[in-house]
Design a protein around this ligand. Structure first.
Ligand SMILES: [Zn+2]
Length: 292
């Protein structure tokens, strides 16, 4: 896996361009920003917009220096992310995948209509909370029946047909919870929430990642969650004995400033079966795990 640090920022001040270019040059980066000249019709002046889109090999200490050097132009914490280039082998042979998205159709992402969560304090330092569901999800189940698989507030919900398929495939590591119907009773269908029951052992992240000064600055010093810079999950081979088809990572991950949750990881078996049966298309996005 190759990790790239991705910076994106733009501005209108030509003097800033000189300063940014000097910083980049000093750091051995040769880059020409995109310069677009446009006319603002309302006030009749010409505007020059200068855009930088940098993809830089990730080396934690180098990135820290660059972030500090560029701090005068933008808040790099907000404009800096990771991009992961997995080899085809890493991608195809991963035993587990984080399910990032199941397509671009908005109807695949529903909101629970019931007020049925309770919060539990996760960390006294940063105040983040875990959110526990206390009642069945409440959604329009007709949509689930039509789409087969949807996300409801990050929870995977499936139709009756999918539940039967999952059962016939002998999938493991989950239980089904009935979902309640929201909307006209005549449209009501059977739908289930997938509740993963298998929690994986702790990850084995490389020390260079654990000690990254920029990433750590965004984290709470106590619970070590926070920020937007996440690595793919790293495990050693012993995880292979613990994998089921639906799994939660052991660690909690921040979701925004107030919440933490465990990440769902599906097995390659689930991914392959869904693809083979035409139930997951090219719009599904997965992130493999790294086995060391
Ligand atoms: Zn905390």
């Amino acid at each position: 896996m190759k990790v790239l640090a991705y910076f994106y920022f733009s501005f209108y001040d030509k003097n800033l361009k000189r300063k940014v270019d000097a910083v980049l040059k000093r750091n051995g980066i040769h880059y020409e920003p995109t310069v677009r000249i446009g006319k603002n019709e309302h006030i009749g002046i010409t505007i020059t917009r200068i855009t930088y889109e940098l993809k830089i090999d990730y080396e934690p200490l180098f990135i820290e220096r660059l972030v500090n050097d560029l701090r005068f132009v933008v808040d790099p914490d907000l404009d800096f992310g990771f991009r992961f280039d997995f080899s085809e082998k890493e991608y195809e042979q991963s035993p587990l995948y984080e399910l990032i998205a199941i397509g671009t159709n908005q109807r695949l992402y529903l909101e629970n209509k019931g007020e049925s969560y309770q919060t539990i304090r996760f960390c006294d330092t940063c105040g983040k909370q875990t959110i526990e569901q206390t009642k069945p999800l409440l959604i329009n189940t007709a949509i689930v029946d039509k789409r087969n698989i949807v996300f409801v507030d990050q929870e995977l919900v499936i139709s009756q047909k999918m539940a039967e398929l999952f059962d016939s495939w002998g999938l493991t590591g989950y239980r089904l919870e009935h979902v309640h119907h929201y909307g006209s009773a005549k449209n009501k269908k059977t739908a289930y929430q997938i509740v993963p029951t298998n929690i994986l052992p702790p990850q084995n992240l490389p020390d260079s990642y654990l000690n990254d000064p920029v990433v750590n600055k965004l984290k709470c010093p106590t619970c070590r969650t926070g920020g937007h810079l996440f690595y793919p999950h790293h495990y050693n081979k012993t995880v292979l004995e613990k994998i089921q088809d639906f799994n939660f990572a052991h660690e909690y991950r921040a979701r925004g400033p107030y919440e933490v949750r465990r990440v769902l990881l599906i097995s390659s078996n689930v991914r392959n079966r869904l693809i083979e049966n035409g139930l997951a298309n090219d719009e599904w996005e997965y992130r493999p795990v790294i086995i060391t």
